[in-house]
Write a protein that binds this ligand. Structure first.
Ligand SMILES: NC(=O)c1ccc[n+]([C@@H]2O[C@H](COP(=O)([O-])OP(=O)(O)OC[C@H]3O[C@@H](n4cnc5c(N)ncnc54)[C@H](O)[C@@H]3O)[C@@H](O)[C@H]2O)c1
Length: 379
């Protein structure tokens, strides 16, 4: 029997994405792989079973039977304890693993002799760009964040000149101009808003300006020898805070996207700053899952605090499930191309830089050092 790629339906609350779309299923089948998919796995993303069947995949009603047969199990969210229990030792599973917050899942996979790759550990090198699911999903999140801001704002985003008077364009502030932030900027610009953005990385300024937004900069130069940024002095940090606070107070909507990988999100907006915003202003906190960039954010919830609408919705990519799934499936396909050698076999040699970095658990051992420490500390 050749390689069996299995896709179970996602079971996490609110998760509408699916790890494989019919187009990618067809490509895998063409490569000689057997594709098994749980009935209804793509339904919430509007990929019906019939399309998978037409692509050459076998649609199966039983998740248990499917996972018992899998050589490679693809998911979006980490496998559940039940799913891990069904997989045979040596099964390879590839998904987001969120290892810093899922040490129990990692321990279960270790003890079950599962081989697990974590999508978020794929290094951000040029060769791995096609596999970069953090970027593909951040693109979806940034887009949706701008739409949520527009939807919840009591104002128009574009400038309007009407017989009943002129409406000024909305002012949007984006804090953190990485992948999600840049997509939020581009989307808000397309809606006609005036956009400002800030990031601790000065290099982000060029990308921000290319999108027609203003990059907020302090009147200081924090470039040290070798082109690296130096840490701001306490005095400069006060100036930075004052600049951000000023911009927050003037904004009709603030979209925060600042994250530090594997760490709690930096706190950029405190209660004090938010209290200076006009009633009807909106804060969309994309970092809600990692602790929030705003002190007022309640993860997973929307709240109105002193007239300011604070949105802490989690998993925004899942709200655009059709295209988020497609991008994610393409990332998975590129990863599988690497994992399954040109000869169509699973070699088990994970010395390639990308495989080595993203290998989380293998042969009863946690391969990723920081996660191993977490798992051992929890034991
Ligand atoms: N293959 C590649 O080469 C590759 C792939 C993806 C991303 N990248 C680059 O990596 C960078 C960040 O990627 P990301 O979006 O995944 O990052 P991220 O989600 O970890 O963080 C989002 C942004 O928040 C910023 N940030 C952190 N602390 C902040 C603070 N206190 N105030 C303001 N901003 C703060 C970060 O600088 C980053 O730009 C981008 O430059 C991106 O282009 C490179």
């Amino acid at each position: 029997m050749g390689i069996i790629v299995a896709i179970a339906k996602e079971t996490a609350a609110g998760e509408r994405r699916v790890a494989l779309v019919p187009e990618v299923a067809a490509a895998l089948v063409k490569k000689g792989l057997t594709v098994l998919i749980e009935s209804g796995a793509g339904a919430a993303a509007y990929y019906p079973d019939a399309l998978y069947a037409a692509a050459g995949a076998e649609v199966m009603p039983s998740r248990q039977a499917l996972l018992q047969k899998a050589s490679v199990a693809l998911k979006v969210q980490p496998p559940t304890a039940e799913e891990i229990g069904w997989m045979r030792p040596g099964t390879i599973t590839v998904s987001f693993m969120n290892p810093s917050r899922n040490s129990e899942t990692v321990r279960l996979m270790r003890d079950a002799q599962i081989t697990a790759f974590a999508m978020e550990l794929i290094p951000r090198i040029t060769r791995a760009q096609s596999m970069d699911a953090l970027s593909s999903q951040a693109t979806a999140a940034g887009y949706k964040a701008a739409l949520l801001a527009a939807e919840h704002s009591p104002k128009f985003f574009p400038m309007l000149t009407t017989a009943a008077g002129t409406i000024r364009p909305a002012k949007i502030l984006v804090l953190g101009a990485g992948v999600a932030g840049l997509m939020a900027i581009a989307t808000a610009r397309r809606l006609g808003a005036l956009v400002e953005a800030y990031d601790v990385r000065r290099a982000a300024g060029e990308h921000v300006r290319a999108l027609g937004a203003k990059f907020l900069e302090l009147a200081l130069d924090a470039e040290a020898s070798g082109g690296y940024a130096r840490e701001l002095t306490p005095e400069e940090k006060i100036k930075e805070r004052a600049m951000v606070s000023e911009a927050v107070a003037k904004a009709d909507a603030v979209i925060t996207t600042a994250n530090i990988p594997g760490r709690k999100a930096p706190r950029l907006i405190d209660r004090d700053m938010a209290s200076r915003m006009q009633p009807g202003s909106v804060i969309v906190d994309l970092a809600a899952e990692s602790g929030g960039n705003c002190e007022l954010t309640q993860p997973g919830k929307a709240a109105v605090v002193n007239g300011v609408i604070v949105l802490g919705q989690e998993n925004l990519p899942s709200q655009i499930p059709f295209h988020s799934s497609r991008l994610y499936a393409k990332n998975q396909q590129a990863f599988l191309d690497l994992l399954i050698g040109k000869d169509g076999s699973l070699s088990g040699d994970f010395s390639d830089e990308i495989l080595a970095a993203s290998l989380l658990v293998h042969q009863g051992r946690v391969a990723h050092e920081p996660t191993r420490e977490l798992v051992e500390a929890a034991a």
